[in-house]
Design a protein around this ligand. Sequence first.
Ligand code: ATP
Ligand code: MG
Length: 433
Amino acid sequence: MITTAELYKQYLKNPVISTDTRNITEGCIFFALKGDNFNANEFAEQAIEKGAAFVVIDEVKFEINSKCLLVNDVLLALQDLARHHRKQLNIPVIGLTGSNGKTTSKELVNAVLSERYKTFATFGNLNNHIGVPLSILSITEDVQIAVIEMGANHQKEIELLCTIAQPTHGIITNVGMAHLDGFGGFEGVKKGKAELYTYLKGTNGYTFINRDNDFLLEMSVAAGLTKLIYYGTENGNTIKGSLKSSDPFIEVDWTNHEVSTSVKTNLTGSYNFENILAAICIGDFFDMRPEEINNGLSNYQPKNNRSQLTKTENNTVICDFYNANPSSMNAALNNISKLSANKRIAILGDMFELGPESENQHKRIAEQAFVSNLDEIIFIGKYFYAFKNSEKGIFFQTPDETAQYLMANKITDALVLLKGSRGMKLESLLQYL
Ligand code: ATP
Ligand code: MG
C-alpha cells in the first residue's frame, strides 16, 4: 500500500490528476474511482497506455505493473492527498456554501479578488466530495487566495469538505428550500450548512454574514462565532449596500463607511444583489480599493445559464434553466414580475430532490405563479402536471410536448423566464423562443 506522503511526492513531479480516461494527459496520476455504475479499476491498464504516470487503484487484481499504486480506497486516498496538499499551502481559503447562489457568488468573489490577487476558484460546479479534492489539488504554489465552492445534499457533507479545503474564511450565501429530501426538511438544511460555521469556530476562522438574513444570524449565534464580518442593507454593517436598479441589470450603491460608490453589473435577477454584496464584502476585507472591487464586478459576464439575459430572434429570455428549487423559483418569479416588458411569460419545469415535500412545494410555486405579474405560464413535468385543472396555466408532461406547442404557438416580443431543475433539460426549448 502506498502512503499519502509517497503519493504526494509523485504528485509534485507533475501535479495533474485525472479521474476520467477520456482526458488523460501525459504524466498525470489517474485515480480509479468507483461509482454506482462503473469501476474505474477496470480502466487502469488503459490509463497507463494513454500516458498516465501512475494509476491509483483499490483492487489488487488490476495491479498490472509498478505504475499501479494500490490503496485501501481510491476516493479516500484522493481526499487525503488533497488534505495533505492543502496543508502545504499557506494561503487563505474561502469556503463557500449555501442553498442558492454558490456558483454565482464564487464567480463574483473570484472576479473581484482577481483584480488584485492571483486567485484560484472552483471550476464550474465541482463542489462535492470528489470535486472539492480535485479543486484543492489544482491550486498551484503561486496562488494567493482560493475560493472553494462546497455543495451538499445531506448532513456531515460540509463537515467532510471542510476537513479537505480547511477554509480560513467562510460564507453561507443563504439557507433555503433545496435538497430537502437528503437533508430532512428545512431544519436539516440549516443544520447541514451550519457545519461550515462549526468548523470556522473550531479553527478560529473568519465568517462573512448577510445580516439581513435572520436564519444565518441565528445559526452564527448557535455556533458561537465571534470573528464575524457583516454585510447587508442596514447601518452597522462593514459593507452596507442598497439595490439601485434591477431592471434588467443590477446596479448597487454601497459604502465601506469611508467611500460611497456605485457599481453596474451584467447580472439580472434582484436576488443577485446579496451575491454581489458578499463579493464586495470579501474584496473589502482583503484590502481592495472600491474601484478595484467595482471593476471586478462590472467586468463579470454571466455565461453559465444562471440568470443570464439572452436576446433570441423573437424574445428576451432569462436563461435560468441551470437549476431550480422552491427558493430560487420564488426569487425568479418575484424578479420577472418586476421587470419592464411588453409581455411576461414563465416556462417552469419541475423541481427535483424535494422528497415528501414535493407535492406541497410545487403547489406553492404554482400558486405563486398564478398571482404573479405574468401574461402566460407554462408548466412542464409530472409534479406540476398534477395541477393541470387549475384555472390558469398551460400544462405539459415533457419538454418535447412543450416544443410542439411552442412551434404551433409562436411567442414573440416577450420577456420569458425559462427555469427548472437540471434534469428537466429546459435548454432544449430555447431554440423555439
Ligand atoms: P448548485 O446547488 O447547483 O451548485 P448554486 O448554489 O451554485 O447551485 P447558482 O448556480 O449560483 O447556485 O445559481 C442557481 C440559481 O439559483 C440561479 O440561476 C438563480 O435562479 C438562483 N439564485 C442565485 N442566487 C440566489 C440567491 N441569492 N437567492 C435565491 N436564489 C438565487
Ligand atoms: Mg453551484
